[in-house]
Ligand binder design. Structure first.
Ligand code: HEM
Length: 140
Protein backbone atom coordinates (compact mmCIF):
# COMPACT_ATOMS: atom_id res chain seq x y z
CA UNK A 1 0.00 0.00 0.00
CA UNK A 2 2.86 2.36 0.71
CA UNK A 3 4.43 4.06 -2.23
CA UNK A 4 8.10 3.19 -2.67
CA UNK A 5 10.46 6.09 -2.22
CA UNK A 6 11.42 7.90 -5.36
CA UNK A 7 8.22 7.06 -7.17
CA UNK A 8 5.51 9.52 -8.11
CA UNK A 9 2.49 9.44 -5.82
CA UNK A 10 -0.01 7.28 -7.75
CA UNK A 11 -3.26 8.06 -5.92
CA UNK A 12 -4.40 10.95 -8.02
CA UNK A 13 -7.59 10.95 -10.08
CA UNK A 14 -8.22 12.34 -13.56
CA UNK A 15 -9.14 15.74 -12.09
CA UNK A 16 -5.85 15.93 -10.18
CA UNK A 17 -7.41 15.23 -6.77
CA UNK A 18 -4.85 13.55 -4.54
CA UNK A 19 -5.57 11.00 -1.80
CA UNK A 20 -3.44 9.26 0.81
CA UNK A 21 -4.55 5.78 -0.20
CA UNK A 22 -6.27 4.09 -3.12
CA UNK A 23 -9.26 3.43 -0.85
CA UNK A 24 -9.56 7.13 -0.08
CA UNK A 25 -9.30 7.94 -3.76
CA UNK A 26 -11.94 5.55 -5.09
CA UNK A 27 -14.14 4.53 -2.12
CA UNK A 28 -15.44 1.11 -1.07
CA UNK A 29 -17.79 0.43 -3.99
CA UNK A 30 -14.95 0.62 -6.50
CA UNK A 31 -13.51 -2.59 -5.03
CA UNK A 32 -16.88 -4.33 -5.11
CA UNK A 33 -17.28 -3.41 -8.79
CA UNK A 34 -13.71 -4.50 -9.62
CA UNK A 35 -14.22 -7.86 -7.98
CA UNK A 36 -17.62 -8.28 -9.68
CA UNK A 37 -16.00 -7.80 -13.08
CA UNK A 38 -13.15 -10.13 -12.09
CA UNK A 39 -15.47 -12.96 -11.03
CA UNK A 40 -17.69 -12.45 -14.08
CA UNK A 41 -14.53 -13.33 -16.01
CA UNK A 42 -13.69 -16.26 -13.73
CA UNK A 43 -17.21 -17.65 -14.26
CA UNK A 44 -16.43 -18.41 -17.92
CA UNK A 45 -12.69 -19.06 -17.64
CA UNK A 46 -11.83 -22.73 -18.31
CA UNK A 47 -8.59 -22.61 -16.29
CA UNK A 48 -9.94 -20.77 -13.24
CA UNK A 49 -13.59 -21.81 -12.98
CA UNK A 50 -12.93 -25.38 -11.74
CA UNK A 51 -10.90 -24.07 -8.78
CA UNK A 52 -13.74 -22.02 -7.31
CA UNK A 53 -16.95 -23.13 -5.59
CA UNK A 54 -20.20 -23.20 -7.60
CA UNK A 55 -21.52 -20.15 -5.81
CA UNK A 56 -19.19 -17.19 -6.34
CA UNK A 57 -20.92 -14.90 -3.81
CA UNK A 58 -18.59 -15.89 -0.96
CA UNK A 59 -15.43 -15.43 -3.05
CA UNK A 60 -16.72 -12.04 -4.25
CA UNK A 61 -17.33 -10.88 -0.71
CA UNK A 62 -13.96 -12.12 0.60
CA UNK A 63 -11.81 -10.72 -2.19
CA UNK A 64 -13.55 -7.32 -2.16
CA UNK A 65 -13.18 -7.11 1.63
CA UNK A 66 -9.55 -8.14 1.49
CA UNK A 67 -8.71 -5.56 -1.18
CA UNK A 68 -10.55 -2.75 0.60
CA UNK A 69 -8.53 -3.52 3.72
CA UNK A 70 -5.24 -3.93 1.89
CA UNK A 71 -5.53 -0.63 0.06
CA UNK A 72 -6.32 1.46 3.12
CA UNK A 73 -9.94 0.77 4.09
CA UNK A 74 -11.39 -0.62 7.32
CA UNK A 75 -10.11 -4.00 8.56
CA UNK A 76 -13.43 -5.76 8.01
CA UNK A 77 -11.83 -8.66 6.19
CA UNK A 78 -9.63 -9.51 9.18
CA UNK A 79 -12.53 -9.04 11.59
CA UNK A 80 -14.38 -11.74 9.63
CA UNK A 81 -11.54 -14.00 8.51
CA UNK A 82 -8.55 -13.29 10.77
CA UNK A 83 -5.07 -12.73 9.39
CA UNK A 84 -5.13 -13.09 5.58
CA UNK A 85 -2.35 -15.78 5.42
CA UNK A 86 -2.96 -15.91 1.68
CA UNK A 87 -0.33 -18.52 0.87
CA UNK A 88 -1.81 -20.93 3.38
CA UNK A 89 -5.37 -20.19 2.24
CA UNK A 90 -4.38 -20.92 -1.35
CA UNK A 91 -2.58 -24.16 -0.48
CA UNK A 92 -5.62 -26.36 -1.28
CA UNK A 93 -5.61 -25.13 -4.90
CA UNK A 94 -3.10 -26.21 -7.49
CA UNK A 95 -1.64 -22.90 -8.69
CA UNK A 96 0.92 -23.16 -11.48
CA UNK A 97 1.99 -20.74 -14.20
CA UNK A 98 -1.24 -21.27 -16.19
CA UNK A 99 -3.42 -20.45 -13.19
CA UNK A 100 -1.30 -17.43 -12.22
CA UNK A 101 -1.42 -16.09 -15.74
CA UNK A 102 -5.17 -16.66 -16.12
CA UNK A 103 -5.83 -14.94 -12.79
CA UNK A 104 -3.70 -11.94 -13.69
CA UNK A 105 -5.25 -11.61 -17.16
CA UNK A 106 -8.71 -11.73 -15.67
CA UNK A 107 -7.79 -9.10 -13.09
CA UNK A 108 -6.10 -6.89 -15.69
CA UNK A 109 -9.28 -7.02 -17.80
CA UNK A 110 -11.38 -6.13 -14.74
CA UNK A 111 -9.08 -3.24 -13.92
CA UNK A 112 -9.60 -1.66 -17.34
CA UNK A 113 -13.19 -0.87 -16.35
CA UNK A 114 -12.02 0.81 -13.14
CA UNK A 115 -11.11 4.16 -14.68
CA UNK A 116 -7.88 4.66 -12.76
CA UNK A 117 -5.13 6.94 -13.99
CA UNK A 118 -2.26 5.06 -15.65
CA UNK A 119 0.14 5.39 -12.66
CA UNK A 120 -2.55 4.18 -10.23
CA UNK A 121 -3.47 1.23 -12.47
CA UNK A 122 0.22 0.34 -12.83
CA UNK A 123 0.70 0.38 -9.06
CA UNK A 124 -2.29 -1.89 -8.50
CA UNK A 125 -1.27 -4.31 -11.26
CA UNK A 126 2.28 -4.48 -9.95
CA UNK A 127 0.92 -5.50 -6.57
CA UNK A 128 -1.29 -8.20 -8.10
CA UNK A 129 1.60 -9.57 -10.13
CA UNK A 130 3.82 -9.89 -7.06
CA UNK A 131 1.06 -11.36 -4.92
CA UNK A 132 0.09 -13.88 -7.61
CA UNK A 133 3.69 -15.05 -8.04
CA UNK A 134 3.91 -15.52 -4.30
CA UNK A 135 0.84 -17.80 -4.42
CA UNK A 136 2.22 -20.20 -7.02
CA UNK A 137 2.50 -23.52 -5.20
CA UNK A 138 2.91 -25.89 -8.11
CA UNK A 139 5.49 -24.45 -10.49
CA UNK A 140 5.60 -26.19 -13.85
C1 HEM B 1 -2.38 -16.76 -8.61
C2 HEM B 1 -3.61 -17.09 -9.00
C3 HEM B 1 -4.74 -17.25 -8.02
C4 HEM B 1 -5.63 -18.27 -7.99
C5 HEM B 1 -5.67 -19.43 -8.95
C6 HEM B 1 -6.52 -18.04 -6.87
C7 HEM B 1 -7.55 -18.88 -6.50
C8 HEM B 1 -8.32 -18.72 -5.38
C9 HEM B 1 -9.36 -19.62 -4.97
C10 HEM B 1 -9.76 -20.88 -5.72
C11 HEM B 1 -9.91 -19.12 -3.85
C12 HEM B 1 -11.07 -19.73 -3.02
C13 HEM B 1 -12.31 -18.91 -3.24
C14 HEM B 1 -12.94 -18.49 -1.94
O1 HEM B 1 -13.51 -19.36 -1.27
O2 HEM B 1 -12.88 -17.29 -1.58
C15 HEM B 1 -9.21 -17.91 -3.52
C16 HEM B 1 -9.47 -17.13 -2.43
C17 HEM B 1 -8.88 -15.92 -2.20
N1 HEM B 1 -7.94 -15.32 -2.96
FE1 HEM B 1 -7.03 -16.10 -4.57
N2 HEM B 1 -6.16 -16.88 -6.24
C18 HEM B 1 -5.08 -16.36 -6.91
C19 HEM B 1 -4.46 -15.18 -6.63
C20 HEM B 1 -4.84 -14.29 -5.65
C21 HEM B 1 -4.24 -13.01 -5.43
C22 HEM B 1 -3.11 -12.41 -6.25
C23 HEM B 1 -4.88 -12.45 -4.36
C24 HEM B 1 -4.68 -11.15 -3.66
C25 HEM B 1 -4.05 -10.14 -4.14
C26 HEM B 1 -5.88 -13.39 -3.91
C27 HEM B 1 -6.73 -13.19 -2.87
C28 HEM B 1 -7.63 -14.10 -2.40
C29 HEM B 1 -8.45 -13.90 -1.21
C30 HEM B 1 -8.43 -12.69 -0.28
C31 HEM B 1 -9.21 -15.05 -1.07
C32 HEM B 1 -10.19 -15.37 0.06
C33 HEM B 1 -9.38 -15.94 1.23
C34 HEM B 1 -10.27 -16.33 2.40
O3 HEM B 1 -10.56 -15.45 3.23
O4 HEM B 1 -10.65 -17.51 2.48
N3 HEM B 1 -5.83 -14.50 -4.72
N4 HEM B 1 -8.26 -17.70 -4.47
Amino acid sequence: MNVPLGREHPWVDATGRRADTLYDLVGPEWFVALVDRFYDGVATNPVLRPLYPDDLEGPRHRLAGFLQQYWGGPAEYSAERGHPRLRIRHAPFRIGEAEREAWLRSMAAALVGGDLTAPAAAEVMEYFAGAASHLVNNPT
